[in-house]
Design a protein around this ligand. Structure first.
Ligand code: BDR
Ligand code: CA
Length: 316
């Protein structure tokens, strides 16, 4: 089977970590690199979390640190959701894993340079899978627009059609760096978007969590511990389970049959009084606006949970 070459661009983050577990377990994907951005926590923390998760699951792909702040704004982190470390919950061992490129003096371009090299050197067009703020992609497309010719598509977690989470209108990843998101959504590249509309249905319920623990195996247990922490925040908000946002962006590539989608033109609100970071979908049936995203709206939840449980088993 021909594998899809991808780059995971993430800000781990509990659900980012599970997205990595899913991506590296899949026979359908060839993960060429992992790049990291500040988002759920500061870059130093998300980078450290990425190293720990990857080491724990026994994978050492090329890894690079990217943006430590949004393109034109200050970073807002999601400590309330992901904790002080950005990955509170499981105690993962420290690791000697070093990133491909270091960032002396806070240099912001190394992840972008790694992406550029991989994309331009690849005989096959690369798929980008961003699961954090879109800053690294925004910088990449601005600094090196030539990469677009060898990008197959972007499968991202971000946005919300009906509602936001970080504000009433905006989802966290887009809210943090709307200017970068605008660059991505106007790039002309095919986009598969997994917004809150689908990720709030991609719930891991307490029963699923018990089953995962019972399944055993070190990665199943790590994922269960991640979900358990993530669950606490969401249960307090009134969710019935833990929404596994970021794994949706991976699942949309390896198991598209799990999703119901619609084609929409999405604009990014960068200047709203109340709506900064909103992913505004033109849903007029008579619209002339050309769709720029395939938007995942619904999911076969049990099928998705099975996919994750099976992925965990592959590490045993
Ligand atoms: C997104 O925000 C982050 O907290 C999660 O990792 C996910 O990428 C959901 O809004
Ligand atoms: Ca994320």
């Amino acid at each position: 089977m021909k594998k899809i070459p991808i780059i995971m661009d993430c800000d781990p983050g509990h659900d980012d970590a599970i997205a990595l577990v899913l991506a590296f377990a899949s026979e359908k994907l060839d993960v060429k690199a992992v790049t990291v951005t500040g988002g759920n926590q500061t870059l130093a923390k998300t980078l450290n979390n990425a190293k720990k998760v990857l080491s724990y699951i026994g994978k050492r792909p090329p890894l690079a640190a990217g943006a430590d702040k949004p393109m034109f704004r200050e970073l807002e982190v999601a400590e309330a959701v992901h904790g002080e470390s950005g990955l509170d919950g499981p105690i993962l061992p420290e690791t000697d894993y070093k990133e491909e490129r270091t960032f002396p003096g806070g240099e912001r371009l190394p992840a972008v340079d790694l992406m550029r090299r991989i994309i331009l050197d690849s005989p096959e067009p690369i798929t980008l899978v961003p699961t954090g703020p879109l800053t690294n992609l925004g910088i990449l497309f601005t600094a090196y627009p030539e990469v677009k010719k060898n990008i197959a598509r972007i499968s991202l977690m971000g946005g919300g059609i009906e509602s936001g989470n970080w504000s009433a209108a905006a989802e966290f990843n887009i809210f943090v760096d709307p200017e970068a998101a605008e660059i991505v959504f106007t790039s002309g590249l095919p986009i598969i978007m997994s917004p809150l509309d689908v990720s709030h249905k991609a719930l891991m319920m307490p029963g699923d969590l018990d089953a995962l623990r019972k399944q055993g195996g070190r990665v199943s247990v790590m994922v269960a511990e991640l979900v358990e922490f993530f669950y606490q925040y969401h249960i307090a908000q009134g969710f019935a389970g833990a929404p596994l946002h970021d794994p949706c962006a991976v699942a949309a590539l390896i198991a598209p049959e799990l999703f119901k989608t619609a084609e929409y033109h999405i604009s990014i609100e960068t200047k709203g009084k109340y709506t900064t970071g909103m992913t505004f979908a033109d849903r007029r049936f008579w619209t002339n606006a050309k769709p720029n995203a395939t938007v995942c709206l619904d999911i076969d939840r049990p099928g998705f949970i099975r996919l994750i449980a099976e992925a965990c088993k592959t590490y045993d």
